[in-house]
Design a protein around this ligand. Structure first.
Ligand SMILES: [Zn+2]
Ligand SMILES: [Zn+2]
Length: 497
């Protein structure tokens, strides 16, 4: 049973829908679509994979629209053949914003909800298109008791590509209460952009030096739902780069994700903010599922395996991933240069593999645990990308800022521009390289894997021994007596901060 529901599609699918549903004569029209499920830990998303447009004999347009049973049966057959579900989208030509289900549409969709699940094995998705601003409303029809089907309203409908356009269902996800703490923020981009930003579920994957800065910025901006992912423990070597981390955090073996959660709660300007903290890697099955609950992900990891998992979430699950990275050239113990990158992995844009952000050959090396094996790392050449560890706070701040700008540009499209390409910044020349093309032609991510969701034919998740060890080490440390006392005092003190 789906309790939390959402719909996502690429910009190119959305454009084809708009072209079909906005009729020159102003009449209502409709079309069936194929969808595949993307199952998160709490939310299920219907990924619109394709349209099955009606022929002239398939529907009767007479002010309102009706389709023939031949059209329904033919499309249900195509859906079943491709392992897809069936959705029906009809237009409200004069509509604007989220479209609620009215009585006429309720009766129409209810009349074939049972047949749809029988023929395809998946529940009917009903959608309404608002003709004025090309927004949507959506619901999924599930059986609540024998022969009774009821609609579960979607929380939002997401269109992912150059721009990230999310239509929220105001009754399930109401606009945020404004607070006097956001006056300057709202004067910069307006209440509408703030309503969109604040309601996004953003996941920050990796709350190390870059991720912690991003969490700070998102909390200050007033985002209401943050999901934070990190399995690591704060150590002394992190203190020169990890905002908010203290020596006490090191002594208490605090998880980085707990420092990030504490920081977000102190920094938030939202009247009501929820943080979901996950002491998990995104490559662990529970971590991957929790990431699939997010509307957008910000990648602050530097390993190939999590990057491969995030790449899959970006294209197969249509969750845009704002990724970045830092590379410092310190040959001979002197700073010779530094570079940092920021880009968005989303359909229509180059994926992390095509951008060279990870080498797929290294994913299996990491899965085998070799990247946490000192002997293996020692055997690599000193300038090998898997070996280089140099980084400083100043470059982390630069990378974090570049990623935040990519995020903001994609969501708010200043001056109508949402996609400024992938950026590579050079410290020594003060220049930026921009890449604006998409994936290589034979790349599977923005190709055969696009919108496959749960039907993806391989598994990217698995056991992550380093994450398991980090959690076990923390649990063991917390059981020791002096730490138990100090942690108790810490909890007490933190209540008054
Ligand atoms: Zn209608
Ligand atoms: Zn690619």
């Amino acid at each position: 049973m789906i309790t939390r529901f959402s719909v996502a599609m690429t910009t190119s699918v959305a454009l084809r829908l708009t072209e079909h549903l906005r009729r020159a004569d102003g009449q209502e029209d409709c079309t069936f679509v194929l969808w595949r499920p993307s199952t998160g830990s709490h939310r299920t998303t219907a990924l619109i994979a394709d349209l099955v447009l009606p022929g002239d004999d398939d529907r009767i347009v007479h002010g309102t629209v009706d389709f023939t049973s031949e059209y329904f049966l033919r499309t249900a057959g195509i859906a079943a053949e491709h392992g897809c579900g069936l959705g029906l989208i009809h237009a409200h030509p004069g509509g604007r914003g989220w479209q609620r289900l009215n009585d006429v549409d309720h009766a129409a969709e209810a009349s074939f909800a049972a047949q749809t699940i029988t023929l395809t094995g998946l529940p009917l998705v009903g959608m309404t298109f608002a003709g004025v601003d090309a927004r949507y409303g959506a619901r999924v029809w599930q059986r609540t008791e024998p022969r009774t089907y009821r609609p579960t309203e979607a929380e939002n409908v997401r269109v992912v590509g150059d721009r990230f356009t999310v239509t929220f269902n105001d009754s399930l996800v109401p606009p945020p209460k404004s607070t006097d703490r956001q006056v300057r923020t709202i004067s910069a981009w307006g209440q509408d952009a703030q309503n969109d930003l604040a309601r996004l579920r953003v996941g920050v994957v990796g709350t190390g030096s870059v991720g912690m800065l991003i969490v700070e910025a998102l909390a200050r901006t007033g985002l209401q739902h943050l999901s934070l992912f990190d399995f690591d423990t704060v150590e002394y070597v992190n203190l020169d780069r990890l905002l908010h981390a203290t020596e006490r955090d090191v002594r208490l073996h605090r998880a980085k994700v707990d420092v990030a959660t504490r920081a977000a709660r102190r920094a938030t300007t939202a009247a009501d903010m929820r943080v979901a903290r996950h002491e998990l890697s995104v490559v662990e099955p529970d971590g991957f599922a929790a990431a699939a609950d997010c509307d957008l992900l910000i990648s602050c990891v530097d390993r190939p395996w999590p990057r491969a998992a995030l790449n899959l979430l970006a294209y197969a699950h249509l969750i845009p991933v704002v990724d970045g990275g830092i590379s410092v050239n310190a040959r001979g113990g002197r700073l010779r240069g530094a570079e940092w990158r920021a880009h968005v992995a989303a359909s229509g844009r180059a994926c992390l593999e095509c951008l060279g952000q990870y080498d797929p050959a290294h994913v299996s090396v990491e899965r085998d645990g070799l990247l946490d094996d000192p002997a293996y790392i020692k055997g690599l050449p000193s300038d090998h990308p898997l070996r280089r560890k140099e980084n400083v706070f100043i470059f982390s701040a630069s990378a974090a800022a570049a990623q935040l700008n990519q995020f903001l540009t994609m969501v708010t499209a200043p001056s109508g521009i949402a996609d400024t390409g992938a950026h590579l910044y050079h410290l020594t020349t003060a220049t930026i390289d921009q890449r604006v093309d998409g994936c290589e032609t034979d790349c599977p991510y923005d190709g055969m894997l696009r919108a496959l969701g749960d039907n993806t034919p391989f598994t990217v998740t698995g056991r992550h021994l380093a994450a398991e060890k980090a959690r076990a080490d923390r649990a063991r440390a917390r059981r020791r007596w002096p730490l138990r006392v100090e942690r108790a005092i810490d909890r007490l003190v933190s209540q008054f901060l």
